[in-house]
Design a protein around this ligand. Structure first.
Ligand code: ADP
Ligand code: MG
Length: 320
């Protein structure tokens, strides 16, 4: 199917209106967007490559969801409110059924998040999807990685490790439990939580490469260390069936969680239950920021734990 017909199909399915702030949307050489004078634009971009970010054979609907979800997760980590996104699609062939299923997964999440498709690019080649997402935040209100202070509590949302467990099972030929597979294929970006953390969190990051590696970025940018109490890591479902060592490794180094990890001053810990209740996202305190350097992982017996590997790295020669 020709490029312009494919774009038309996508537009028929991804229907969030571009809104008055969209001076010019799809159809011209570029979009023209009007940003309110009291807000900052927050922009991120993320690519999914077939066979690297999702197994070959993943259903197009799940790919569409995830391509947008990973970008919305970055906006969430900044505390931004989603506004517009751009879709650069590289397709091995112009199969309209594939594109429609993909657009359905993408469109459902776009509707949930209230984010409008404002443009993109469509080319032929090995399957790859790049989305650029734009959000806004009150000037000076964006959450950053660099603000964690010694004494702050380290908090994580949801249940890290489920997506990594599903991926491990798929690779070994086993069938993951429904919840774990959903965590891998349909991660829910924590947009409401990110916005609720503005003015509360001192630092925030979303978990894409694994809790240990991503929390490490907060520590590096903040010039601090952290001590994590492994007994405090949240667990549920299939995670409870693993040995502790195995579960800790998965939860610390498995990627694809798209949960938020953030820090709050100890005096404001009492606000966490209310934040969890009104965003509907479970929050767990897993440790503290220290004056040291790096991450200290404490097992219940007081010993230090070394996880198997430190998160996903694209150029390490290791393959998913
Ligand atoms: P140009 O050749 O000037 O770059 P294109 O022909 O690539 O323009 O795109 C025409 C219009 O369609 C543009 O407004 C562009 O943003 C939009 N567009 C192209 N591909 C996509 C896509 N995959 N999703 C959404 N909009 C797209
Ligand atoms: Mg042009």
């Amino acid at each position: 199917m020709p490029e312009f017909d494919l774009i038309g199909r996508i537009r028929d399915i991804v229907t969030v209106p571009c809104g008055p702030a969209c001076v010019l949307g799809i159809g011209d050489d570029a979009a023209v967007l009007d940003v309110p004078p009291d807000r900052h634009l927050v922009v991120c971009t993320d690519t999914l490559v077939s066979g690297v970010h999702f197994p070959v054979g993943t259903l197009p609907e799940a790919i569409g969801h995830k391509a947008l979800a990973v970008n919305l997760s970055d906006l969430a980590a900044m505390g931004a409110e989603p506004a517009w996104f751009f879709l650069a699609l590289t397709l091995p062939d112009g199969d309209p059924a594939w594109v429609e299923d993909f657009a359905r997964g993408l469109g459902a999440l776009a509707t949930d998040a209230g984010i409008a498709l404002a443009g993109g690019d469509t080319t032929g080649g090995p399957l790859s999807i790049t989305i650029t997402a734009l959000g806004t935040v009150e000037k000076g209100g964006a959450l950053e990685r660099g603000g964690a202070q010694p004494g702050d509590l380290v908090v994580v949302s949801g249940l890290p490790g489920r997506a990594a467990l599903a991926l491990r099972e798929l690779k070994s030929g086993a069938e993951p439990a429904e919840n774990e597979l959903a965590a891998l294929e349909y991660p829910v970006p924590r947009l409401g939580l990110g916005m609720a953390l503005r003015g509360l969190a001192t630092a925030c990051i979303d978990l894409s490469d694994g809790l240990a590696a991503d929390l490490g970025h907060i520590l590096e940018r903040s010039g601090a260390g952290a001590s994590i109490d492994l007994a405090a890591l949240p667990k549920d479902g299939a995670l409870t069936g693993l040995s502790e060592q195995d579960r800790w490794s998965l939860q610390l180094t498995g990627g694809d969680d798209y949960e938020l990890c953030f820090t709050v001053p100890p005096g404001r810990a009492k606000e966490l239950p209310e934040t969890a209740a009104h965003t509907g996202v479970p929050l767990t305190v897993i440790g503290r920021i220290t004056e040291g350097v790096g991450l200290e992982l404490r097992a219940p017996d007081g010993s230090r734990f070394e996880p198997g590997r430190a998160g996903y790295e694209h150029f390490s020669g290791e393959n998913r």
